[in-house]
Design a protein around this ligand. Structure first.
Ligand code: ZN
Length: 73
């Protein structure tokens, strides 16, 4: 399952979230804000809405299913 890392823009907390559906909203586990941004460790997000960014694998570089499971993460 795809595991993404997010940062809450309301309280600054970072957390990982399993995304079961692309339509599902991600809420901060600490303050329940929906104002979160997906962290991309490899891919640069070129302006616009971070939420609408392309959907790379969690690794971003090799498509590894789990963050940290490849050398590039
Ligand atoms: Zn928060």
């Amino acid at each position: 399952m795809p595991l993404y890392e997010y940062e809450c823009r309301a309280c600054g907390r970072t957390f990982e979230q399993l995304i079961l559906s692309k339509q599902s909203e991600v809420l901060c586990p600490q303050c329940k804000s929906a104002d979160v941004t997906q962290l991309l460790s490899v891919f640069a997000v070129g302006g616009g809405s971070g939420k609408a960014a392309a959907e790379p694998g969690p690794c971003g570089a090799c498509g590894a299913p789990v963050r940290g499971s490849c050398q590039l993460d």
